[in-house]
Write a protein that binds this ligand. Structure first.
Ligand code: SAM
Length: 218
């Protein structure tokens, strides 16, 4: 899961994680977070996700971070936007409309950059990382988000011995272990998605759920 792994996924077009519509759980549950119009939302490991455009359409300012320049450029191209590009301590920052994306390593983002993020949306981010990186991700990156920040975290759960990640299975106990000290955690929904994912069934996976959590930074 080092940068070379993700760069080659983008270069070779192996981006099965990309969805051609906003994440349904985002659309269903985002308003329950009660974030104000105009507030800034952090989208870690954002790819070229349509979730960023959807959040902007809801009146948010969006801050994404993504390793792959190819993904960042594709996001703006596909929305007919011509971003400005400036230097940022963590990499280049692309800006257009209400969506800013830092092209760089999420772990290099400092607290100052994340200070005004009132919200965070995490889909395909925590679960894209292997266990040791998930611990760093929670204890370093999420730790830089400000008190009161509210988030929607989407995870996957499946018998981990039945398939190698990514995406990794991240059970509720691990979410509570990673985030429970600094974040209030509430399960919003746990949904059985095995029937909707024939590729997983073909690989021998016997159960698969997606879980949406509401997070609130203490
Ligand atoms: C599984 S994809 C999910 C992308 C997006 N969240 C979505 O739902 O389509 C994970 C993304 O994280 C990016 N990534 C991986 N490690 C990263 C890091 N340390 N910093 C920034 N981006 C990273 C990859 O290039 C890839 O685009």
């Amino acid at each position: 899961m080092d940068p070379a792994f993700w760069h080659s996924r983008w270069q070779e077009g192996r981006i099965g994680f990309h969805q051609d519509r906003p994440t349904p759980l985002l659309v269903e549950h985002w308003t329950s977070l009660g974030l104000a119009q105009g507030s800034r939302v952090f989208v870690p490991l954002c790819g070229k996700s349509l979730d960023m455009a959807w959040l902007a359409s809801q009146g948010h300012r969006v801050l994404g971070v993504e390793l792959s320049a190819m993904a960042v450029r594709a996001f703006y191209d596909e929305h007919g936007l011509a971003p400005s590009i400036e230097q940022h301590p963590a990499g280049d920052i692309y800006r257009a409309g209400d969506v800013d994306i830092v092209r760089g390593d999420a772990f290099a983002l400092d607290a100052d950059t994340l200070r005004d993020c009132a919200g965070v949306f995490d889909r395909g981010a925590l679960i894209a990382l292997p266990p040791d990186m998930r611990r760093r991700y929670a204890s370093e990156l999420y730790a830089r988000l400000p008190a009161g920040c509210r988030g929607l975290l989407v995870t996957l759960e499946y018998p981990a011995h039945e398939k190698a990640g990514p995406p990794f299975s991240v059970p509720e106990a691990e979410v509570r272990d990673l985030f429970g000290r600094d974040w209030r955690i509430e399960v919003l929904v746990r949904r059985d998605i095995l029937d909707a994912q024939p590729a997983f069934v073909a690989e021998g996976v016997s159960s698969r759920h997606t879980v949406a959590y509401r997070l609130e930074r203490r």
